[in-house]
Design a protein around this ligand. Structure first.
Ligand SMILES: Cc1ncc(COP(=O)(O)O)c(C=O)c1O
Length: 400
């Protein structure tokens, strides 16, 4: 730890709970970034990292992409909030509707969490039912309705969530079609929400065919199917995870890439459902579709519309997966690398090694999100060599 980061950590501990601003941004030693460009970020002490957190997956085009910077700077000079409609919100919505087949209309929010809250409210209003089914470990932000998981065989709300939440949020084991069918048969379910990638952006995949089965079961039960595309939207393909799975959800939730690295989210879906926001459901929100986020979102979606950045990022991820797998094999370390498009999940069989893996890799100049890597369209061959070499160094050190 350097003097600068130690001093920042000391000041942070006095004014930020736990010295941090996000449940998973607690680092030991502390990590303070002062600048980022393309696939790299620089710490306050000048140290450089190859970045695979990529804004928690929000940056398919890398940090400070020139087109995004230009759009945001231009917009900032024209004003960041008009308290009124503006042309960019229309174009932003048009781009999302054009990319995602199941989406006729969208409503913007300030985050993915808010988009999930809104999608569930639309589903409840549309069905006049209260219950939401979520899959164990699937993450949908931090609102009460989705902060329930199975612990010790029973559904438990997270600390601070009302215990009564379990009455309207039912959690089923991920991938269990029978459990889904049984819950839907109770006739009170408004919506089933799930990460199309499987839990933790693909770390725990869903069995093949689960999404298709869920679609059929929801139709049979008169419940809505809500896919969470906050991570997968515009990353795995321009049409999102739903285009890969070949399903048509009733509602989709977006965030991250669609907001171009600024705060934002959206719900999209069938016109008949979305029009409830014009007739029945009041949805305010000071920063909905703010012009600054809209400018970044449009610049990003324009570049991602033809699927090329997604292909480049995925091609890089395939190379990195092969490189890491080769290291594991050569070092004789039990583990594996799972890949969903441009997202990699590195896993070591030994829990003790796994627990320190991200920290050790960071010491070697590679920053993962936990032990996952969000590859971008701007990672380079040099990044690849450094990142494969970093794992090699970490595993040789652990062996020694
Ligand atoms: C799948 C998924 N849904 C929803 C969210 C919540 O989005 P936000 O952090 O923008 O509130 C996240 C955040 O990481 C996510 O990964």
């Amino acid at each position: 730890m350097t003097d600068i980061s130690a001093e920042l950590a000391e000041r942070a501990a006095r004014v930020l709970p736990g010295g941090a601003t996000h449940a998973s941004r607690t680092y030991s030693p502390p990590l303070y970034v002062s600048r980022a460009q393309a696939s790299h970020k620089w710490l306050v002490d000048g140290r450089e990292l190859v970045d695979f957190t990529m804004g928690h997956g929000a940056l398919l085009l890398g940090h400070a992409h020139p087109a995004v910077v230009e759009a945001v700077c231009d917009q900032a000079a024209r004003g960041t909030h008009y308290g009124a409609g503006h042309p960019l919100e229309v174009e932003w919505a048009e781009r999302i509707c054009a990319a995602v087949a199941s989406v006729d209309e969208v409503r913007f929010t300030a985050s993915g969490t808010e988009a999930v809250m809104l999608a569930l409210r639309v589903a409840r209003a549309a069905t006049s039912r209260d219950v939401v089914i979520k899959l164990d470990e699937h993450f949908h932000g931090w609102s009460d309705a989705v902060s329930v998981n199975i612990e010790g065989g029973v559904a438990r709300p997270a600390p601070g969530v009302p215990s009564s939440q379990v009455q309207s949020t039912r959690v089923i084991p991920s991938g269990d079609v029978e459990a889904l069918r049984a819950e839907l048969a109770r006739g009170d379910v408004a919506a089933v929400i799930f990460e199309g990638s499987g839990a933790h952006y693909g770390r725990i995949p869903l069995p093949d065919g689960w999404a298709t089965a869920a679609r059929q079961e929801c139709d049979r039960a008169g419940a809505l199917l809500v896919i969470d595309e906050v991570v997968t939207g515009f990353r795995v393909a321009p049409g999102g995870m739903q285009s890969v799975l070949g399903i048509r959800p009733d509602l989709s939730v977006f965030g991250k890439i669609m907001a171009g690295g600024l705060p934002g989210g959206a719900v999209g879906g069938r016109r008949q459902l979305m029009e409830l926001l014009a007739t029945t459901i009041a949805h305010p929100g000071t920063f909905n579709a703010n012009p600054l986020t809209a400018s970044a979102g449009i610049a990003t979606l324009e570049l991602c519309a033809d699927g090329r950045p997604q292909q480049v990022a995925t091609a890089f991820a395939i190379q990195l997966q092969a490189g890491w797998e080769d290291v594991l094999r050569r070092r004789g370390v039990e583990g594996g690398v799972r890949r969903l498009a441009s997202i990699l999940h590195l896993g070591l069989a030994d829990p003790q090694r796994q627990a320190v893996l991200a920290t050790r890799l960071r010491e070697q100049g590679v920053d993962l999100l936990h032990t996952s890597a969000f590859c971008s369209a701007v990672h380079t061959q040099q990044d690849l060599e450094l990142t494969v070499g970093a794992l090699d160094d970490v595993l040789s050190a652990v062996r020694a």
